[in-house]
Each structure stands twice: as C-alpha cells, then as structure tokens.
Write a protein that binds this ligand. Structure first.
Ligand SMILES: NC(=O)c1ccc[n+]([C@@H]2O[C@H](COP(=O)([O-])OP(=O)(O)OC[C@H]3O[C@@H](n4cnc5c(N)ncnc54)[C@H](OP(=O)(O)O)[C@@H]3O)[C@@H](O)[C@H]2O)c1
Length: 250
C-alpha cells in the first residue's frame, strides 16, 4: 500500500516521540487519527500535520486511564477512516520510584497507565486487525523493561509486562499476517525526561526515534531497540551477574 493511502492512528499523539512520528507520516501523505487528552495540543498538532501534507487528520479525546472507555476509543479510531493500517500506542508516564514505594495508589495508577491500559487497547485493536488480516500494531515499551532496577522497577515492570503481552499478541496474529512491533527506546529528550540532565552520547532526539520507528514499521520488525546501540547495552545489563548488579546504582 502506498503511503498516501495509509491510515494511521496514534494514541498519546501529543507525546514528543509520537508527534515526531506523526510528522513523518504527514510528510508521506498518510491520513491520521490523533487520540489523547489534551484537545488543544491535538488540534495544534493536527493543523501542523495538514500543512506538512496529511490529506486528512481527525482528532479524538481520551483519558487512557479510564480503561472502561477503551472499547469506544478503539472503535472511534478504527471507524474514522473505515479501518486502519498502522497504529502507534505511545502514551505513558515516568513515575518516581520512591513515590511508588510509599504510595500504593500512585503505584497502581502508574501500572495502569503504563501496562494495563496499553495492553487492553492493543487487544481491542488486535481483534479488528485480525479480521482485516493486515496491518501493524506498534507499541512503545522501553529498555527499562529488560531488567528490574532499584531506581525504576515500577515503570520497568509495567513495560516488561507490556513486552511479554506484545510477544504473545505477535504470536497470535502471525497467522493473520498482522505485525506487532515492540519499540524499546533508551533515553529520549522529551517532556517525560525534561527533569533529567538531557544530553550526552546516550541521549537521542525524538526525531531519531521516530525515523527508526518508521523504518521498523516498513520492515515489519518485531522488536526495535532505538537508537540501535541500546540492544548491546541491554544485552550487557541483562547479563551482569547478580552480585555485581546489586552493587551498582543502576
Ligand atoms: N523519553 C524517554 O526517555 C523514553 C524512553 C523509553 C520509553 N519511552 C516511552 O515513550 C512513550 C512516549 O513518551 P515521550 O518520551 O514521548 O513522553 P511525553 O512527551 O511526555 O509523552 C507522554 C504522552 O502520554 C500522554 N499521557 C500521559 N498520561 C495520560 C493519560 N492519563 N491520558 C492520556 N494521555 C496521557 C501524554 O499526554 P499529555 O501530552 O496530555 O500530557 C503524552 O501524550 C511512553 O510510552 C514512554 O514510556 C520514553
């Protein structure tokens, strides 16, 4: 299918990574559905995407922590153009681990936003892709899901759960020709990490991650580490013997 006919839905479209991906899609003349909770931000993004070449951009409001509404959210995005070719599930939050340790309600909310909600949404969309027997379901997880660390194991566990969910979903959808892409970025300079000292060789711009996502969608890749060097870093981190790992401050 040519890019100009492609129908793309982005959930959490105001994410800096998602917006960079949306700009690439617009420049390739895809039709877009943008879903999120910040309607003014979505409208601004939609106007920019039209200027960049998107023939049609539809905006839909959703709070992804309202999991009871996800069936309507999935249906609204799917029916906007009478089906979809690519979805990107991008929303998430980076909680402070110490707060999760002392506040179970906050821990529950973080697990819900970063695991329960995207898993449920991916499954709701999967049924439609399975019936259509084509398309790509792309979901942003994180390298943080590759090994539990003292500094962010709540977030890491949510992302690890999502990775395993996607692995099973990929297995299920293989027979119907639907690709499931698990996107694992390292450090990306976005709103989410604005409180950290961004910069240095391990940090990437959202545009770089978006370019890697676009290439992985075309290649029908299963798992994307972005930038590429995180695959090697995480192989080392996963392989560190526990006595050494426990003495680290990771
Ligand atoms: N930045 C990194 O270093 C990094 C690394 C690995 C993985 N990731 C993952 O990449 C994805 C995108 O993050 P980003 O870095 O682009 O951060 P971001 O710019 O802060 O985007 C986060 C997105 O999640 C949305 N969101 C949060 N809570 C929501 C809720 N309750 N309902 C609806 N939307 C909600 C935000 O909406 P608003 O705009 O309305 O706040 C925003 O669209 C996330 O899944 C994140 O975990 C990021």
């Amino acid at each position: 299918m040519s890019n100009s006919q492609r129908r793309v839905a982005i959930f959490g479209a105001t994410s800096d990574i998602a917006a960079a991906y949306a700009r690439r899609c617009a420049e390739a003349r895809a039709r877009l559905v943008l879903v999120g909770r910040d309607m003014a931000g979505l409208e601004r993004l939609a106007a920019d995407l039209k200027v960049r070449g998107a023939p049609e951009v539809i905006v839909r409001g959703a709070d992804f922590t309202e999991t009871g509404q996800l069936a309507d959210v999935a249906e609204g995005a799917w029916s906007a153009f009478g089906g979809l070719d690519v979805v990107l599930i991008a929303y998430g939050s980076l909680p402070v681990q110490e707060r999760l340790n002392s506040d179970p309600a906050e821990a529950e909310a973080a697990l819900k936003l970063n695991f329960v909600s995207p898993a449920l949404l991916a499954n709701l969309l999967a049924a439609r892709f399975e019936a259509a027997r084509a398309g790509t379901i792309a979901v942003i997880t994180s390298v943080a899901g590759d090994r539990g660390r003292q500094s962010n194991y709540g977030y890491g566990a949510a992302k690890a759960g999502l990775q395993t969910f996607l692995e099973g979903l990929r297995h299920r959808l293989y027979a119907s020709g639907v690709n499931v892409l698990d996107i694992r970025p390292g450090f990306v300079a976005t709103k989410m990490t604005a409180h950290l000292p961004q910069g240095g060789p391990l940090w990437a711009a959202p545009e770089k991650v978006a370019a890697d996502i676009a290439a992985a969608v075309e290649k029908r890749a299963a798992v994307l580490y972005t930038p590429w060097f995180w695959k090697g870093i995480m192989t080392i981190v996963r392989g560190l013997p526990r006595p050494i790992f426990h003495r680290s401050k990771l």
